[in-house]
Design a protein around this ligand. Sequence first.
Ligand code: FAD
Length: 482
Amino acid sequence: MAENSKPSYKFNKSKTKVPMREQKPEERIFNFEEVPLGYTEQEATCEGQRCIQCKDKPCVSGCPVGVDIPAFMRLVGEGQYEDALRKIKETNFLPAICGRVCPQEDQCELACNLNKPQQERQPGGVGRVERFLGDYAMEHGLNVTPKCDPPTGKKVAIIGSGPAGLTAASDLCQRGHDVTVFEALHKPGGVLFYGIPEFRMPKAILVKEIDGLRQMGVKFVMNYPVGKAEPLKSIRDRFDATFIATGAGLPWFLNIPGENLNGVYSANEFLTRVNLMGAWRFPETDTPVKEIKRIAVIGAGNTAMDSARTSKRLRPKKVYLIYRRSRLEMPARAEEIHHAEEEGIEFNLLHAPLRIIDDGTGAVCGIECQEMELGEPDASGRRRPVPIEGKTKIFEVDTVVIATGQGPNPLLTADVPELKRDARKGTIIVDEKTMQSVTWPDVFAGGDIVTGGATVILAMGAGRLAANAMHSFLMTGSTQPA
Ligand SMILES: Cc1cc2nc3c(=O)[nH]c(=O)nc-3n(C[C@H](O)[C@H](O)[C@H](O)COP(=O)(O)OP(=O)(O)OC[C@H]3O[C@@H](n4cnc5c(N)ncnc54)[C@H](O)[C@@H]3O)c2cc1C
């Protein structure tokens, strides 16, 4: 938009968000391209103008990294995209990513003052506008890499390059520390790279966002699983402070008969094969994935939706999603559930897997499930699924993907039993305000390695909290700001 034709800010009283164009379901199930197509400048400007610029800014408190949402919405509403981008990047250096995958409906948009029953309106489309800004920066080659403070001479190790590690790396680098990120895989980004599929999070975007960190001076050491390539103790000796952000990449299984059969994958393996290793382009790539005719995906979180929608694009005859609770309890984002249904994934709710069936050659030929009904609420507050006696059902499938959760990988911590962890979950125990380990003052941890599987923005929030405390620790020896 030309400089002199920028619209001035005027409120857009529309009750609903400016819709976002999407690839049609019947087309997108044959490709891995992104499903929502993003806003044009005009659409973004109209959505920015829906923000009512309220004084109490509940959306900012609803954002784990405290982005000044009304400020960037207003700037977008005025057509000042570059300034809006600068504003957002003050607190969030991954807008193109957060705009795509953050559960805004449970955070900033949930808190939005427009989203009150008496308003009868949809909240401001914060995520959509945020995504627009991230994409706008890339399309226009805008370089808003933040400036770094003069070098402090302090060296920091970050273990793991998911959103927690990347956020801490960015914040610590800006404060003048010498930051090295160690990553076990050959590509940085954590779940954003190996887990979330291309049609939801195009990898080119992630690569560009991470390039920004490299330009700032962050060093990346890839193919370096700490705990195997080098013990954690040795990293501590080489660096002034260490941030552990290794996520929760160890899949949980169901412990039912048949889980070792050919054709059973953990969601992690399935998604890593397809997303990270590019199995959907095999034999162009080196890694294959099994040819699937009928597949059952177990679970109902984002990981399950991603597995089901990914498998759909591998052209099977049938994709079943099997979940032991009801629709109300499904943990995935509403948008993911909606997209999965549109794409023809068959939901089988209130079904709990009992056994995976062997075809006689060691391969899967079916999965038997117990039919369930909802009973009283359990410790999580959700109604407990209870078996309906005598009612089971067999799904004829050749592939099963287990997507029922994951915990911390013990590789890093295996040789340091003294690093205090939760005995049951294996998560690292930290001071919640500073993310400092309760064992070693120079070691901090955050993201899924502390919380167990959570969200991108919570991991980023933890990275920010840790970076603040680490900076104080490095400069003063105490985590309290001087
Ligand atoms: C399939 C899937 C879909 C999801 N969808 C969403 C979504 O839509 N929205 C949302 O908000 N959240 C989503 N989540 C959750 C979100 O991705 C995670 O909460 C978030 O990525 C956690 O960030 P992290 O930095 O703690 O860890 P991770 O992203 O897991 O990154 C950890 C990194 O550490 C590396 N690592 C592990 N061990 C070592 C070691 N010993 N040495 C060196 N490196 C190591 C790993 O290889 C990895 O790259 C999804 C999760 C999955 C699995």
